[in-house]
Design a protein around this ligand. Structure first.
Ligand code: URA
Length: 240
C-alpha cells in the first residue's frame, strides 16, 4: 500500500492532469531552412502554471514514474538507477544534457563526473551556484558504453523532459551538445551552426553550446562556450 505522502502526491498529480496542467501534446516538426529565431511550441500549459509549492510535488511524482519506467528494455535492464534531474524547481535557467554516464548512473544525479565538474565550473563562472539552476538530460537512463541515444529512446523519454520543462517553466534553456538541441528543437544542425542564435521553446529562450564532454576533448572550444554563457547572462541583464 502507498505511503500517505505518496498517495497525496499522486492525488495532486491527478488533479493537475485533470486540469490540463500536465497534458503534453507533441511539439510540431519543422520543415525548410530555420529562421533566425526559431520557435518550437512547448506543450501547452493550462491557464494557471504549476504553482510554486506544487512544482516539487509534481516533479517528485514524475521522478517516481521515471524510476519505474521500462519503455527502453535495454536501458531499463542495464541501468543502476534512473537519473531524473537536480536543482531549483523554479530555476530561471535549465542546462539540458544528453544522458547519464557511469558516474551519474552510480550516483543518480546528472553531471557529477568529469564533464559535470566542468559544467559546475561553467555555472560558477556565470556567478551562479549549481543549486541555483536546474540540470537535466534528454535520457534518464545510461546508454550502455555511453553510446549516443537512439531515436526510439529519445522518443520514449520525450514526455518526461517535456514535463520537466513545463513544470519548471524556465526563462532560459541551454542545450549542451547536439543530442539535447536535436531533441528540443527538432533539428539536425550541428552545434557549430546552432550557436549564436536564439530559439524559443514555449516561453523559454533557448541557446545551444558545446557539451562539456566535448570541451574535455577540445579545450580550445571553452572560449566559445564562455562567449555563449556571456550572451545568455547578458540577455538576463548580467554582465560577466
Ligand atoms: N553527460 C551528459 O550529457 N549528462 C550527464 O549527466 C553526464 C554526462
Amino acid at each position: 500500500m502507498a505511503a500517505p505522502d505518496a498517495r497525496a502526491l499522486r492525488q495532486r498529480l491527478e488533479s493537475l492532469e485533470a486540469a490540463g496542467v500536465l497534458q503534453i501534446p507533441r511539439a510540431a516538426g519543422h520543415a525548410g531552412a530555420p529562421p533566425l529565431v526559431q520557435a518550437v511550441p512547448a506543450p501547452a500549459l493550462a491557464s494557471a502554471t504549476v504553482e510554486e509549492g506544487g512544482r516539487a510535488a509534481v516533479l517528485q511524482v514524475l521522478a517516481e514514474q521515471v524510476m519505474g519506467c521500462t519503455q527502453c528494455a535495454e536501458l531499463a535492464s542495464t541501468r543502476t538507477q534512473t537519473v531524473f534531474g537536480v536543482g531549483r524547481v523554479d530555476a530561471r535557467i535549465c542546462f539540458f544534457g544528453e544522458a547519464p554516464g557511469a558516474d551519474e548512473d552510480a550516483s543518480g544525479e546528472p553531471f557529477v563526473g568529469p564533464a559535470g565538474q566542468l559544467l559546475t565550473k561553467i555555472i560558477e563562472a556565470c556567478r551562479l551556484r549549481r543549486e541555483d539552476v536546474y540540470i537535466l538530460n534528454v535520457l534518464k537512463c545510461r546508454p550502455p558504453g555511453n553510446r549516443t541515444p537512439l531515436p526510439d529512446e529519445v522518443a520514449n523519454c520525450r514526455g518526461y523532459f517535456e514535463r520537466q520543462f513545463q513544470v519548471i517553466a524556465p526563462a532560459y534553456i541551454c542545450c549542451l551538445g547536439a543530442t539535447a538541441a536535436k531533441a528540443l528543437l527538432q533539428t539536425d544542425e550541428s552545434i557549430g551552426r546552432l550557436r549564436k542564435r536564439w530559439f524559443t521553446y514555449g516561453s523559454a529562450k533557448v541557446i545551444c553550446t558545446y557539451h562539456p564532454s566535448y570541451l574535455l576533448r577540445n579545450p580550445e572550444a571553452k572560449r566559445d562556450v564562455w562567449d555563449d554563457m556571456k550572451a545568455m547572462m547578458a540577455d538576463m541583464g548580467v554582465d560577466l
